[in-house]
Design a binder for this molecule. Structure first.
Ligand code: SAH
Length: 484
């Protein structure tokens, strides 16, 4: 039986796709239904029909699944951020564990029995809400011309008005509402993407969970004279808004970022501090296996509006503790940390190794990494700017660099082939792979295992409750008789 657009079908959801969509079958015909949860029986309307499958829109839940819960956020279906918030958190963790395992089997070629031995249970969050320390809210107008801020609806640039995202910090609401209030009061227009006119584009809010320090940065389409004193003098907005925001407990830094480019890129390059400090601080505590000495000290990170910083600091501590444990350092090792960002992992490795070298493509991040090293009195970490797949082979060919341990934490697309090849030539004792995409992880693990490494430990850590994303840490050991 073939179905067509607008047909209404009743289906029981039996599986979940990698993007969180429910999957069910009617007479052997497969239906993908966004927002439907495994175990639900739903009525759906076909939006797009193909020969053997179709995409359906959830119209009504006829029998709710046992694992269906009422999400904290009433916008979770429209918003592109959370795909599986309607699923019980334990079930979300189960889904993520299976997703990692399936990718390692399907793409990595590892057997189920082998993975049973090396995979440890996923590390979940104590509270899967309000965990994000950073959010960027687009500012715009609704159909009636009223100023709004919130989130883009999935795959669009339509803003859903919501100042109280369930993943963010409670302070977001007051900050955003003050900004909208004073923008209304002084008739300050939101930026309009279609025409390139208007002023306020985005609001960036960040909070140091350990320090309690808050940063607000208004991203503006401002063509006027630059400099701290000129910026933000538009019609009284500046003084009153700053006064209101500065009263919020924890407020540490208020700035503007200038972005006049007609692109989707949120931040421009210029930042001017209007009030308070240029940077906020936060401390991360990581332990090394059973060694808690690093935890006592913690490492302080100084974060500017343009710095990259992990968004879920609580789970980051768990993920990096795992990475450090997998690195198995004794204090004698030379370690390379590839894709090091602002040096978060590097600086912890430095506390347990002889020497750490970090490599990262963004110059500003490396500048932050060097500053963070200095600020924390860490002298055995050195950083290189450049692509891992260029810097590593180049230094290997020219200077014969070596490594006892290599740590990689690449973006979603994984490691470049040239980078993996050089790692294999360098023959480190261990490789620690931290990944935010288990499909590219599986592909790269296959290369490393074909090249003489054995996968010893794998553990997923949930950094993003409510979403389908999951981080994974892996430990690989060189297969070597002298090194059992
Ligand atoms: N480990 C860091 C950041 C990991 S995110 C932390 O925990 O903070 C991945 C990083 O890889 C980003 O900072 C990104 O800028 C960088 N990157 C992307 N492609 C790269 C490449 N080809 N070579 C080196 N770094 C790269």
């Amino acid at each position: 039986m073939e179905y067509k657009k607008n047909d209404i079908l009743t289906v029981t959801i039996e599986d979940i796709g990698n993007d969180g969509e429910g999957i069910g079958k009617v007479d052997g015909y497969t239906l993908f239904v966004k927002d439907a949860v495994i175990g639900d029986t739903v009525r759906c309307k076909i939006m797009k029909a193909k020969k053997n499958y179709a995409y359906g829109k959830l119209e009504e839940i006829l029998i709710p699944s046992d694992i269906r819960v009422t999400p904290l956020c009433k916008f979770h279906r429209q918003c592109g951020g959370c795909q599986i918030q309607a699923m019980d958190y334990e079930a979300q963790l189960g889904f993520k564990q299976r997703k990692v395992k399936n990718n390692l089997m399907r793409i990595g070629g590892f057997s189920a029995e082998f993975l049973e031995k090396v995979m440890e249970p996923i590390v979940g969050m104590e509270n899967p809400y309000h965990y994000r320390n950073k959010a960027q809210f687009p500012v715009g107008t609704d159909k009636e011309g009223k100023l709004i801020t919130g989130f883009y609806a999935g795959r669009t640039h339509d803003i859903i008005a919501n100042t109280d995202c369930a993943l963010g910090v409670p302070e977001n609401k007051e900050i955003l509402e003050s900004i909208l209030y004073y923008m209304e009061k002084y008739h300050v227009p939101a930026y309009d993407e279609k025409t390139g006119t208007g002023l306020v584009r985005h609001v960036l809010i960040r909070k140091g969970f350990a320090s309690g320090e808050i940063m607000v940065c208004l991203v503006v389409n401002y063509e006027g004279k630059r400099g701290k004193d000129q910026i933000g003098k538009w019609k009284g907005l500046k003084e009153e808004l700053i006064e209101a925001l500065a009263k919020i407990p924890g407020m540490t830094s208020i700035s503007v970022n200038i972005n006049t480019a007609r692109t989707n890129v949120i931040m421009g390059d210029e930042v001017y501090t209007l009030w308070g400090k240029d940077k906020i601080c936060d401390t991360i505590h990581v332990r090394n296996g059973e060694d808690f000495s690093l935890t006592d000290r913690g490492i302080v990170f100084r974060i500017s509006p343009l710095s990259f910083y992990q968004v879920n600091p609580v789970q980051t501590e768990k993920l990096y503790s795992l990475a450090l444990e997998y690195a198995g350092l004794t204090g004698e090792e030379t370690v390379w940390d590839l894709y090091c960002g602002i040096g978060t992992i590097s600086l912890f490795l430095a506390g347990a190794a002889k020497k750490v070298y970090g490599v990262e493509v963004i110059p500003q991040a490396i500048q932050d990494a060097r500053e963070n090293a200095e600020y924390n009195g860490i002298e055995n970490a050195e950083f290189y700017v450049g692509k891992a797949e260029e810097v590593l082979p180049d230094l290997y060919e020219r200077e014969g660099i070596r490594a006892d341990v290599i740590v990689v934490d690449p973006p979603r697309k994984g490691c470049d082939g040239e980078c993996l090849n050089t790692m294999l030539k360098m023959r480190p004792k261990r490789i620690v792979y931290v990944s935010c995409d288990s499909a590219t992880l599986a592909r790269d693990l296959k290369v490393l295992c074909d090249g003489g490494y054995e996968l010893r430990r794998v553990r997923a850590v949930d950094q993003f409750g409510g979403s389908v994303h999951v981080e994974v840490a892996c430990c690989l050991q060189r297969e070597d008789k002298a090194n059992p």
